[in-house]
Design a protein around this ligand. Structure first.
Ligand code: ADP
Length: 456
C-alpha cells in the first residue's frame, strides 16, 4: 500500500471509530434525556391529579350524606355532576373551581361511586364507554376513542360511616384527565430527537474527519521527517563509503615499488574511515538521545569548570585561525544536573562551529551567567552569520547553510541537531540570533541548581 493511501486509510478508520464512539455516547445520552423528560412530565401529571383529587376529597368528605341512596344530596353539593339515570346540566363546577388555573375545564373529569362500586354521578365530559362499575386500582391508564386517559381513585369516608355496618367506606372518588397534551409533548420530543439526531450525527462525522486529520498530522510529519532522515543518512554515508572503496581499489592497484604512495593512500583511508565512524557515532548518539527520557544518570555538573576546560581545549585551534577566543566566567559557581559528557558535547559543538564559521581576525566571546534558576551559556562570534530565513532550519539533522562548503570543511550537518537534542534532554533549549556578515549569537538555557560563591 502507498504511504498516502496508508495515511488516508488510517485517517478514515480513526474517523469511523470517533463517529461510532460519539454516536453511541450521543444515543445513550439522548435516550437518557428523553426518558427523564417523559418521566418528569408524567410525574407532574400524577402530582397534579393527586393534588386536585386530595382537595376534592377534603372538601367533599364533611358534606357526604349518610343515606344509602345519596343522589339527592349529591345533586345539591355537586350540581354540575350528572346523576346516573338523570339528565345533565353544565353549571360552573366544583371541579372547575379546583382546576382553574391548572388546566382547562375539559381536561379533567370526576366520577363518584358508592361503597359497592356502583356509579352514582359523573362529569358530563367523562370519556365514552367508561365502565359503570368500579375498578379499585388507584392508578389506571386507558384509551377511549383514540385518546389516552389517566385516572386516580381514592376512597371517601363520611362522618356517618359508622352507620354503614358492611363497609367502613362511604364510596369512591375517581378523578381522571386526558393525556392528549402529554402525548403531544412526547411526540414533539420524539420529532426533535428524530430530526436532531441525524443532524448531530452529521456534525459528528464532519468533526471526526477533521479531528482524525488533526491527530494524523504530527504522525505524518514525523513519518516525513523520518523518511527524510533515512534518505539523508544514506546519502551522507554513501559519499565517504564511495571514496573509501575508491581508495582501496587504488591501493590494490599500486605497485609495491611505490611505498610512499601507499603510505599517503593509507592516511586518506584512515581519514575517510574516521569520518565514517564519526558520522555513525553521531547518528547513534542522536537516536539514543531521542529515545532517552529519564534523567536517572544525571549528576551535578559545574558549568564554570566545563566552559573553562573547553576554552582551554579550543584556544590552540583559535590561535591557529587567528581568532580571539574570550571567556567570561563568573566567580559564582553555576551547577546544573546533567550528563557531563553530553554537556561537554553540547558546548563544544557550538564553540567548534563559532571557530569554524569565523574568519581570521575575528572574535568569539563565551560567557556564563545565571538568571532566575536558569544557567545561560552565551556564544557570540563575529563570523559569517546565518541568513534569517534559514535560522530555524539549522537545528535540523544534516541541514547545512552552504552544503558544498561544509562537506569540504568536514561538517556533517548533525552538530546543532545533537546540541539541541542534548539541551532538550536536559530540559533546556538553544536560541540563535544572527546577522549575515556580522556574526551569530547562540544561547543555551539550562535549569540550574543552587549556586555557591567561591573566589578564584
Ligand atoms: P555542520 O556540521 O555543518 O557545522 P551544524 O549542525 O553544526 O552542522 O550547523 C548547521 C549549519 O549552521 C552549518 O552548516 C552552518 O552553515 C550554520 N552555522 C552553525 N553555527 C554557525 C555559526 N556560528 N556561524 C555561522 N553559521 C553557523
Amino acid at each position: 500500500m502507498k504511504t498516502s493511501q496508508l495515511f488516508l486509510h488510517s485517517r478514515l478508520r480513526l474517523a469511523v471509530w470517533y463517529t461510532l464512539v460519539m454516536g453511541v455516547i450521543l444515543s445513550i445520552s439522548g435516550l437518557g434525556i428523553y426518558r427523564s423528560l417523559v418521566q418528569s412530565n408524567w410525574q407532574a401529571i400524577e402530582r397534579e391529579i393527586e393534588s386536585i383529587a386530595g382537595t376534592l376529597h377534603d372538601s367533599l368528605e364533611p358534606m357526604l350524606p349518610p343515606s344509602e341512596n345519596p343522589t339527592t344530596v349529591l345533586k345539591r353539593i355537586l350540581p354540575e355532576l350528572c346523576l346516573v339515570g338523570q339528565p345533565c346540566n353544565s353549571n360552573p363546577s366544583l371541579i372547575e373551581r379546583h382546576t382553574t388555573g391548572i388546566s382547562d375545564r375539559n381536561t379533567y373529569y370526576l366520577r363518584l361511586f358508592d361503597y359497592q362500586g356502583k356509579l352514582l354521578a359523573f362529569s358530563p365530559n367523562q370519556p365514552n364507554n367508561l365502565s359503570k362499575s368500579l375498578n379499585s386500582e388507584p392508578w389506571q391508564t386507558f384509551t377511549s376513542n383514540g385518546i389516552r386517559y389517566h385516572q386516580f381513585t381514592i376512597i371517601l369516608h363520611s362522618s356517618h360511616t359508622h352507620d354503614l355496618a358492611v363497609n367502613s367506606s362511604w364510596g369512591y372518588l375517581q378523578l381522571g384527565r386526558t393525556l392528549q397534551p402529554f402525548d403531544a409533548e412526547v411526540k414533539r420530543i420524539q420529532v426533535i430527537l428524530m430530526f436532531g439526531f441525524p443532524l448531530v450525527l452529521g456534525l459528528v462525522i464532519l468533526s471526526s474527519w477533521w479531528l482524525s486529520g488533526l491527530a494524523m498530522q504530527p504522525i505524518y510529519q514525523s513519518y516525513q521527517q523520518q523518511k527524510q532522515f533515512t534518505a539523508n543518512a544514506a546519502h551522507e554515508l554513501r559519499s565517504p563509503l564511495a571514496s573509501l572503496l575508491a581508495t582501496i581499489e587504488a591501493i590494490l592497484r599500486i605497485s609495491p615499488s611505490q611505498p610512499q604512495d601507499l603510505n599517503k593512500m593509507l592516511h586518506t583511508l584512515e581519514r575517510q574511515g574516521r569520518r565514517l565512524s564519526n558520522l555513525v557515532t553521531d547518528l547513534l548518539l542522536l537516536t539514543s538521545l531521542e529515545a532517552k527520557s529519564s534523567s536517572d544518570e544525571f549528576q551535578s555538573c559545574c558549568l564554570n569548570d566545563l566552559v573553562s576546560d573547553l576554552i582551554e581545549e579550543f584556544s590552540e585551534l583559535a590561535t591557529i585561525k587567528d581568532i580571539d577566543l574570550i571567556e567570561y566566567i563568573p566567580d559564582e559557581k553555576i551547577y546544573v544536573s546533567g550528563d557531563e559528557s553530553q554537556l561537554y558535547r553540547l558546548v563544544s559543538n557550538l564553540i567548534a562551529n563559532a571557530i569554524q564559521y569565523t574568519p581570521s581576525g575575528g572574535q568569539i566571546m563565551v560567557s556564563l551567567k545565571t538568571k532566575e534558576n536558569t544557567a545561560l551559556i552565551i556564544m557570540q562570534d563575529t563570523g559569517i552569520g546565518i541568513p534569517k530565513e534559514v535560522q530555524k532550519r539549522i537545528f535540523e539533522r544534516f541541514y547545512r547553510v552552504d552544503s558544498t562548503r561544509n562537506r569540504k570543511t568536514g561538517g556533517t550537518g548533525l552538530g546543532l541537531a545533537i546540541a539541541q537534542a542534548i539541551a532538550h534532554h536536559h530540559q533546556g533549549c538553544i536560541t540563535v540570533k544572527s546577522q549575515l556578515g556580522t556574526g551569530s549569537l547562540f544561547k543555551i538555557y539550562l535549569p540550574s541548581q543552587t549556586t555557591t560563591t567561591e573566589k578564584k
